[in-house]
Design a protein around this ligand. Structure first.
Ligand code: 5RP
Length: 233
């Protein structure tokens, strides 16, 4: 029994290691898409964290990076990546690169486990090319809860009730002073749910990202990095 537990624990460690290797592989592939002169949106999370050193090691002379969170800003600064605000780059990016929590076949994403989805969505929308990087287990047949929410503090009790079932996430407010919560109901139709959440007063942002925002998905698995491009009608 002890032996079985040890084997299972070793297998778990091995899986975790290979997931980390996949995140790194996806991030390194994305770093190669950045060219000199580009304004680059930097995502947040453990997968995005592999992007920053990969980008720094390319030693590009003339890129400007816009961070989606204080954590990303700190990591990028420590690596010497040149930072700017979205205002300083004219509200426009050539590329944004970020992780995701769930990715379905059509290119719908759920993002925001790190609570940065409001800023991440702005960077994705500001970018001509939004590249999603992920390890293979983020690919899902159907999207499901939790769907991250960012809500105004004023009236949050109402907004949470209107978006029931939903729950405030423990921890601090977003960097913009808003409440981070999760919608816990079913996701039968992502577009319909996204429209319903957006139309609910008090909603600042939600973690459902439509395929229209997504250009490329770099999904890393044991056999390498699969590069999917998302078709836009
Ligand atoms: C943060 C995010 C992250 O990109 C998402 O949660 C994926 O994170 P990780 O790469 O750590 O799995 O949306 O708000």
């Amino acid at each position: 029994m002890a032996h079985e537990r040890e084997v299972a624990s070793r297998a778990g460690t091995h899986d975790a290691q290979s997931i980390e290797a996949q995140k790194r592989a996806a991030a390194e592939a994305a770093a190669l898409l950045v060219q000199d002169g580009m304004r680059v949106g930097l995502g947040t999370g453990t997968t995005a964290a592999y992007l920053f050193p990969a980008l720094a090691s390319r030693a590009l002379n003339d890129i400007r990076c816009v961070a989606s969170s204080p954590a990303t800003e700190q990591a990028a600064r420590a690596l010497g990546l040149p930072l700017a605000t979205l205002e300083q780059v004219g509200g426009e990016l050539e590329i944004a690169i970020d992780g995701a929590d769930q990715i379905d076949r059509r290119g719908w994403l759920v993002k925001g486990r790190g609570g940065a989805h409001a800023r991440e969505k702005i960077l994705a929308a500001a970018a001509s090319r939004f590249v999603v990087i992920a390890s293979h287990e983020k690919a899902v047949a159907t999207l499901g809860p939790p769907i991250p929410l960012e809500l105004m503090r004023f009236g949050a009790a109402y907004t949470l009730r209107a978006l029931s079932p939903s729950r405030v996430r423990g921890g601090s407010l977003s960097p913009d002073g808003n409440v981070i919560a999760d919608y816990l109901g079913p996701v039968e139709d992502a577009a319909q749910l996204a429209a319903r959440i957006s139309a609910t007063p008090g909603t600042v942002a939600h973690g459902l990202f439509p395929p229209a925002l997504v250009s490329d998905i770099l999904l890393a698995g044991p056999a390498g990095v699969e590069h999917r491009t998302v078709a836009h009608d």
